[in-house]
Design a protein around this ligand. Sequence first.
Ligand code: DX5
Ligand code: ZN
Length: 219
Amino acid sequence: MTIKVAPSILAADYLNLAHDVALVENAGAELLHIDVMDGSFVPAIAYGPNWVKALRKVSNMTLDVHLMAVEPERYIDEFAAAGADIIGVHYEATNHIHRALQQIKGHGIKAEVVINPGTAVSLIEPVLYMVDQVLVMTVNPGFGGQKFLPEMIEKIATLDQIKREKGYDFDIEIDGGANDETTKMAYDAGATVAVAGSYVYDKVDPAAKIAKLKEVTAD
Ligand code: DX5
Ligand code: ZN
């Protein structure tokens, strides 16, 4: 097994997006990570549903939509209709995390709960039975290129333990500061998916970066 790789288009070349997406797909990336930022939950603004619709047409990768928006319920239907395969909602962004996850599942797609670095795993325990993926933020959300917070490894281990104890099979995804070293640490603790933005796209050879992430997690 190796970790599944989800390149984040936040770090891609926007004017050559189709090229950058094909590159990572051909290199074996399983998911494409799309960051949605509303300028309120996080300061930046990025990617509306039309981007997802356009990406759906050119890619067969699993479209992994990370909603960084207050009251994400307002956007779920639109992103599902646009072709998202997974939609992630932040525990911190809604008063009704259970209902938001139900709303996602109602579209017949995968539901993901996301926790910020300051949020404990225990807070999402009541919804773990219903999710397909848990995203452990390994940086504070909002920007690419930040440093991985090693303290988050413990949360991954806790989630992995809960999975074993309860027989759940959700994926555990990390997002922020992933490189070959941090991804290996996360994989060893139980992570099954790594989002990688700047590590994959900032340097000359994205395909080699994906191969490296697969190599360090091969067992
Ligand atoms: C941060 C975003 C990430 C970002 C990761 O808020 O959620 O998906 O693209 O970028 P890197 O991999 O550069 O830390
Ligand atoms: Zn993200």
